[in-house]
Design a protein around this ligand. Structure first.
Ligand code: NAD
Ligand code: TDX
Length: 336
């Protein structure tokens, strides 16, 4: 089996590539990544020389190139993770999100159709559903009401993937996952940002009143769910992924400070994010009952391990913060 993973040098993608190499050792993974600011090839250093992991730098929006790549590597299935992923950046500059998430997905779908790809897994997000009130859960039939340019672009790509199933008969499965946390997350997202700032005794910027709720899932549980959906999901279906771990942002920030032995005086309430969704909560019944998936991590244990990982791997995030991680690609690949 030859699988094209797009965005395999990002947070979830790099965890997924490593996970697949472990649990499906006979598969060949073609990792197509543009290496934007969020792509870090260094994260996959341990796979150097592994003949079953082929890294290719490229843009999913470059259809001719992607079609060629799919032909050369005789790709059977696509796991599409490549995207611009940070909500705050989408507020500052939405264009890159439309280009990568909407146009990029359309081009990738079209290349997949032309090449007769047997299964296309579209990695979407719970943000497509918009915001919940204090009660209730997102199910797969909840209305799609995205709030930010990021979530609107993801909703577009999610619906494009389903359109390629309905209109062209392509075998497409869509997953919508809640907030991920774990190792190798870029320190612009809530959990790693708070850890890194706390380690530097810098203020921890909490948006609004800190009462916004997110539903957290360990990245390794997301990876196992993606493999389950790829192998067992029904064509044309959507599967929510979540671990029933709703937490208020402020409670997470306080938990991180507690784990690091830092004072709560570091918390700084700042201006709210425009259009900030109040609450996300996933109902994962369908993937649990229909496909038999269950998460392996509890949030408390997972957060503890994640915070420890950032404490033990300062070199990784310091090279991200300084920009030095970009040199890895230059020395390892550009000179070949
Ligand atoms: P990330 O920003 O860490 O990584 C994105 C990767 O995609 C990077 O390696 C980047 O270089 C690459 N990329 C961006 N544009 C590209 C393009 N045009 N062509 C090829 N590669 C490109 O993101 P992440 O947090 O790992 O998220 C991965 C996917 O999962 C995204 O589609 C995101 O919407 C989705 N998702 C994320 C979460 C979360 O909590 N992080 C939750 C649900 C769904
Ligand atoms: O500095 C901060 N202060 C703060 O209060 C940051 C970066 C975030 N927040 C809040 C905003 C959110 O309520 O924390 C919460 C989480 O924020 P992010 O880490 O930016 O994630 P979110 O906006 O929830 O989106 C994430 O989950 C869904 C991912 O970035 C998306 O890619 C995914 O689709």
């Amino acid at each position: 089996m030859n699988v094209l993973v797009t965005g395999g040098c990002g947070f979830i993608g790099s965890n997924l590539v490593k996970y697949l190499r472990q649990v499906r050792p006979d598969w060949t993974i073609i990792n197509l990544d543009k290496l934007t600011y969020a792509g870090n090839l260094e994260t996959l250093k341990e796979l150097e020389g592994d003949p079953k992991h082929v890294f290719v730098r490229g843009d999913v929006a470059n259809r001719e190139f992607v079609e060629h790549l799919m032909g050369v590597h005789q790709i059977d299935a696509v796991m599409h993770l490549a995207a611009e992923s940070h909500v705050d950046r989408s507020i500052l500059g939405p264009e890159a999100f439309i280009q990568a998430n909407v146009l990029g997905t359309q081009q990738l779908l079209e290349a997949s159709r032309v090449r007769g790809i047997k299964r296309f897994l579209m990695v979407s997000t719970d943000e497509v559903y918009g915001s919940l009130g204090p009660t209730g859960y997102f199910t797969e039939t909840s209305p799609l009401q995205p709030s930010s340019p990021y979530s609107a672009s993801k909703t577009s790509s999610d619906l494009l993937a389903l359109a390629w199933h309905h209109t062209f008969g392509m075998d497409v499965v869509v997953t919508r996952c809640s907030n991920n946390y774990g190792r190798y997350q870029f320190p612009e997202k809530l959990i790693p940002l708070m850890v890194v700032n706390a380690l530097h005794d810098k203020p921890l910027p909490v948006y609004g009143d800190g009462g916004n709720v997110r539903d957290w899932l360990h990245v390794e549980d997301h990876c196992s769910a993606l493999l389950t959906a790829l192998e067992k999901g029904r064509a044309g279906q959507v599967y929510n992924i979540g671990g029933n771990s709703e937490r208020k942002n402020i409670d997470i920030v306080k938990a991180i400070l507690g784990l690091l032995g830092k004072p709560e005086s570091l918390i700084k309430y700042v201006k709210d994010r425009p259009g900030h969704d109040r609450r996300y909560a996933i109902d994962p019944t369908k993937i649990r009952t229909e496909l038999g998936w269950t998460p392996a991590h509890t949030f408390e244990q997972g957060l503890k391990e994640t915070v420890s990982w950032y404490v033990d791997n300062t070199a990784w995030w310091e090279r991200v913060m300084s920009g030095a991680y970009r040199q890895y690609f230059e020395t390892q690949y550009r000179t070949r």
